[in-house]
Design a protein around this ligand. Structure first.
Ligand code: FAD
Length: 174
């Protein structure tokens, strides 16, 4: 690989996030059958999965903080609930939240869930996801085993590999 050196006075590296797929057993093995949509250009895959929804419940998850754009996971759940409502689709949005409490905008989000989607959206807080079986379309949590029609799960996140100490060690920098 050809490399170039660029001098700078002040450097900002904004290299994004990496999904910690290994944190949810079964996630990596699902090989694309579970959309995430928290990195650029992935949102279309979530939309395509929704358009192909075969019926049943739509399973979403919220990773433990810190993760990118904390409110987005809740906003997405509300949008999907509204989308199902408008089409009078059977089924629910089930939001498995790995946080004990909503990390940002809690009262507003809770009021929206309660007032706008009381029968459509189930929000379970403080849930531990044990494993996902994408072939059988089921999720095991510390509370129960759930089946779903379409999943869109958000694994825990960390900084992109560019910012890991290993990456810097590779180029001989400290
Ligand atoms: C669903 C959703 C909704 C959101 N809504 C809002 C909102 O309304 N308002 C708001 O302010 N924010 C919002 N955000 C957050 C916002 O998108 C992110 O905070 C922002 O994109 C972060 O920018 P970034 O440059 O750090 O990372 P990114 O946008 O992920 O960009 C990082 C780039 O670095 C590149 N890169 C990584 N490693 C390397 C490497 N080794 N070599 C070369 N390139 C590399 C990647 O390919 C990528 O293009 C939302 C996020 C999500 C997921």
């Amino acid at each position: 690989m050809q490399t170039h050196r660029i001098a700078y006075d002040f450097l900002v590296l904004s290299s994004g996030i990496e999904y910690m797929e290994e944190a949810i057993p079964g996630f990596a093995e699902a090989q694309g059958a579970i959309t995430v949509g928290f990195r650029a250009f992935e949102q279309q895959a979530v939309w395509r999965a929704l358009e192909a929804h075969p019926g049943g419940d739509i399973m979403l998850s919220v990773p433990p903080v810190p993760y990118r754009c904390p409110i987005a996971a809740y906003a997405r759940a509300a949008l999907i609930a509204q989308w199902m409502d408008r089409r009078a689709m059977p089924g629910k949005v089930i939001l498995l939240d790995q946080n004990p409490a909503i990390p940002i905008g809690g009262p507003t989000i809770q009021a929206a869930f309660r007032d706008l989607y009381p029968r459509r959206l189930e929000h379970h807080q403080g849930v531990k996801i044990i494993r996902i079986d994408a072939k059988k379309k089921l999720i095991e949590t510390d509370r129960r085993v759930l089946t779903y029609g379409t999943p869109s799960m958000v694994p825990p996140m960390r900084a992109a590999p560019l910012l890991s100490p290993r990456a810097w060690a590779n180029v001989g920098w400290q």
